[in-house]
Ligand binder design. Sequence first.
Ligand code: PEP
Length: 253
Amino acid sequence: MTRRPFVCGNWKMNTNAAEAEALAKAVRSEIGEGEDVDVAVAPPFTNLDRVAHALGDSSLRLAAQDVHWEAKGAFTGAVSIDMLEALCVTSVIIGHSERRSLFGETDADCRRKVDAVLGRELQVILCVGESLEQREASQTLEVVGRQLEAGLEGVQDDQVPRVVVAYEPVWAIGTGKTASPDQAQEVHAFLRGRLAARFGPEPAAGIRLQYGGSVKPGNARELFAQPDIDGGLIGGAALKAADFAAIVAAARS
Ligand code: PEP
């Protein structure tokens, strides 16, 4: 099965409103209309509206970096799916390692968020990945397998086409160290096997698996050429329109 590559830029806690608008416009003009690759950007919540307007009617999509599973109420600081949908968000990143390690997000939280996102016709990007300590203790597959199964526990068969999984080794995020194409492919193949056991081989063959962790214009092509790597979740390099566009170009087959 051929899977349409998907590249998403995670801007994290970077850009004020004016900077976000300028970056979105630059990304739009650098990338143009991609018929053969899905591209999204995930600005901070406060800049979603400005970025939505800057992206306009282009094919570039808007993603959010997180969401709360509850629809509304006394959850100070949280943002609901309704709020995101009203701003034209189509994808939500769940379980990024920074949410897990800095904000104490658990596998159970991720599951609630995944269920809420998929319950509302949006796409989910579920992040999984091991720490350096876990890799050195040969626990990589056990860790990512547990995160995957817990996060996707409540997913119904008809929701599978809206599931994207991002493998992001924690030791490679923002460190300049990238997993080698072989290391990344090994984990991606394992994840696809687990998805096949959970949802069946055919649905699993259609699920996009992104790689994330210090992807740059210079290493993207080799990573994306691996059979089970279907694009990337890009942090630092997504803040420079030219670099992000070069990474998107690498995902075009
Ligand atoms: C990320 O945070 O999702 C990420 C992959 O960051 P970077 O590309 O900077 O390593």
